[in-house]
Design a protein around this ligand. Structure first.
Ligand code: SOE
Length: 389
């Protein structure tokens, strides 16, 4: 086998996302023919003991405790940011200035204002970049994108999407600190708007194009929680639930909802799209299935098809097992990394790039603004995205 170019990865953060990304670096070259061989060079985290355990488990060669030292290392080619949202901007800008490729966990930043200099930095440096909006790479979603691009749906009238969870219902759950920083707006930027709706929005921009205006409502059901860093009970600063109506540039109307208070739902990401000729449905709990209705089918047999996207000629599936067998959540990150590295090898970039991440941040900003103003709000920065990747 010809020698592949080594790509030395420096990972920042060792939580849930650090694991998922590390797994992708290990698995992607085993299932895809990539121009690079990722090497797990160093992991960086503030707690050295935990970072050492993480490094030993995943096979990182070294541990760093200061991300600046990691970024300065000449032997690192790619910086992967899997640390909390308030750290993304500073690290990404420094990494771009040091000429590294940069992969960043979603959302790109806490606001579009914070994300914009990140986009400028990667574009000025000309470094490959991407945001880990992994759900675009579910095979059934990739098939839906292909069917839309083929024009099978005709004019689009409606788009609706939800992301439902239930893990913050208990009043006793504290906020802030490690693992629970998603409940602290100073660190996360917002609650479910930036954490969950951002996924729905990225997917919608990818499938259905730009969103022009929104009207939103948010709610914080539990107003006070103990803060892990101070030990004191403090006001809750995040939105627990967020819903909005919007208009897309293509004239379609949409409804979006995300919450962490939908008892019984753990990660129910759903979408439906209705066009003039066809409709489609998808949900993450049954992620291999694409619901598809085509009005042009002969009347006698016309009806909803449930396509089990697991055959070798369907997106990504030819790289896995034999037809009909399933893959999981982690595979979406493997697909994204494979697409990213193949494109980088050709000097190209694939979406979601930082610029695409910025487009999503503009929409989440408008949602939060509208929830405060109780008015329709225009989405700023129209035309900043969206790549087709
Ligand atoms: C929140 O619970 C969370 O882990 C998000 O942060 C992820 O982005 C989402 O994919 C699953 O839910």
């Amino acid at each position: 086998m010809p020698q592949k170019k080594r790509l030395n990865v420096g990972l920042i953060g060792y939580g849930f996302m650090g694991k998922v990304h590390s797994n992708a670096y290990l698995q992607a070259p085993r299932f895809f023919d990539l121009p690079y061989q990722p090497v797990l060079k160093a992991v960086c985290a503030r707690t050295p003991e935990k970072a050492k355990d993480f490094a030993a488990n995943w096979g990182y060669e070294a541990v760093e405790s200061d991300w600046r030292a990691l970024v300065r290392r000449a032997d690192i080619d790619l910086i992967d940011i899997a640390s909390p949202n308030d750290t993304h901007a500073e690290i990404a800008i420094a990494a771009a200035q040091a000429g590294k490729m940069v992969c960043c966990e979603k959302p790109l930043a806490r606001s579009a204002a914070e994300a914009l200099p990140m986009v400028e930095a990667v574009e000025k440096a000309g470094v490959a970049n991407m945001v880990w909006y992994n759900y675009r790479r579910v095979p059934a979603v990739a098939l839906l994108k292909k069917l839309l691009d083929e024009g099978r749906f005709g004019r689009i009238f409606h788009y609706r999407s939800q992301f439902l969870q239930d893990w913050t219902i208990s009043q006793d759950l504290p906020q802030g600190g490690q693992a629970l920083w998603r409940l602290d707006a100073a660190v996360a930027g917002s609650g479910v708007t930036g954490d969950l709706l951002a996924h729905n929005i990225d997917m919608a921009l990818y499938l259905n194009g730009p969103i022009t205006e929104v009207t939103a409502m948010t709610e914080t059901f539990i107003k006070e929680r103990k803060h892990n860093l101070t030990g004191k009970v403090a006001p809750v600063t995040i939105d627990d639930a967020s819903a909005f109506l919007c208009r897309f540039g293509n004239g379609s109307l949409a409804m979006f909802e995300a919450t962490r208070y939908a008892r019984g739902h753990k990660a129910l990401f759903t979408l439906e799209i209705n066009g003039e000729r066809s409709s489609a449905t998808w949900d993450l709990h049954d992620m291999h299935r694409l619901g598809y209705f085509d009005h042009r089918d002969p009347g006698e047999v016309r009806g909803w098809r449930s396509i089990h996207v697991s055959d070798g000629d369907q997106p990504y599936m030819g790289h896995w097992w034999v037809p009909g067998l399933q893959i999981g959540y982690e595979a979406t990150f493997i697909h994204q990394l494979a697409d990213f590295l193949i494109a980088a090898g050709e000097g190209k970039s694939i979406g979601p790039t930082f610029r695409d991440g910025l487009a999503t941040d503009y929409v989440t900003d408008a949602v939060l603004k509208s929830a405060r103003s109780r008015q329709w709000e225009k989405v700023q920065g129209q035309g900043v995205g969206h790549s087709q990747g």
